[in-house]
Ligand binder design. Structure first.
Ligand code: NAD
Length: 266
């Protein structure tokens, strides 16, 4: 496990974000990783939270209202948002955090067209359907945050499917923000770079993690709580004049083409 900086628990850091207390917020993919950290952050700010996830056991363990659904079933996904909103007694916020990624890093010549069509379709329609459902039920001001990725703005070799799916998330964010602005519903996106969820820590060797971290100007990778805080900010009234925007949370990774050795800039 790579931990370069101590992280204060939310109970120690009081952020007191305006406009989260008593708000009803649905988090997709809220049973693990960034989604779970977001649920915990929102609860610590006094919000009522519900979760949509395909992992029923993990969702149950979160201890909030939840509905089981898989993003690949777009109509079931939309219905699960509605069920969650009913369980909360209304909905003020939505976090489109779950992603469906079928493509591995694959050269152009080996790209499976059906796979690409499915990846773009499922992720795009999932965000569209969930936001359609949530916005349809919002009776006053509201906020939606979509979780994109640095891969949606910057290309990585062979990651065609993940990158284009995340680029679509960023564009959908802008389109929905424009349409929903007159109703005071804000739509924004967050683009994390490598975030040390349990799944990432399991999937990347310590050497790969260390190499990735060495390229980050701030010198550490995000914890799920770092991304959760950014999502919480965008949901809160502190961000009431911000809509259609992408916040890149990457420790400065996208700022420069230089990749100095940490020792050179200490
Ligand atoms: N972790 C990173 O380094 C990183 C970097 C950039 C962007 N992101 C994005 O952040 C979001 C969350 O990623 P994470 O790393 O926290 O993931 P994670 O694997 O830790 O957790 C994902 C959660 O979503 C659920 N989920 C996954 N696929 C689903 C599906 N098809 N239907 C319903 N639920 C599903 C899982 O059960 C799990 O609870 C994703 O959109 C991901 O693309 C993550």
């Amino acid at each position: 496990m790579v931990r370069l900086r101590p992280l204060w628990p939310w109970s120690v850091v009081s952020t007191c974000m305006q406009g989260l207390t008593g708000r009803n917020i649905v988090v997709t993919g809220g049973a693990a990783g960034i989604g779970l950290a977001t649920v915990q952050f929102l609860q610590s700010e006094g919000a009522n939270v519900a979760v949509v996830d395909r992992d029923a056991a993990a969702a149950e363990a979160v201890g909030v209202p939840w509905a089981r659904a898989d993003l690949s079933d777009v109509h079931g996904w939309r219905q699960a948002i509605i069920e969650n909103a009913e369980a909360l007694g209304g909905i003020d916020g939505l976090v489109n955090n779950a992603a469906w990624v079928s493509g591995e890093a694959t050269p152009l010549a080996e790209q499976d067209l059906d796979d690409l069509a499915a990846t773009l379709g499922v992720n795009g329609a999932g965000i569209l359907g969930a936001t359609q459902a949530a916005a349809g039920l919002m009776s006053g001001p509201g906020a939606v945050v979509n979780v994109a990725s640095l891969q949606g703005t910057n290309a990585s070799p062979l990651l065609y499917q993940y990158g284009t799916a995340k680029a679509a998330v960023i564009h959908l964010t802008k389109s929905m923000a424009l349409e929903l602005a007159p109703r005071q519903i804000r739509v924004n996106a967050v683009a994390p770079a490598m975030t040390l969820t349990a799944a990432v820590q399991r999937g990347l060797s310590p050497e790969r993690q260390a190499a990735s971290i060495a390229a980050i100007p701030l010198g550490f990778a995000a914890e799920p709580e770092d991304i959760a805080g950014t999502i919480g900010f965008l949901l809160s009234d502190v961000a009431r004049f911000i809509t259609g925007q992408l916040i890149i949370a990457d420790g400065g990774l996208s700022l420069t083409t230089a990749r100095p050795h940490r020792g050179e800039i200490a």
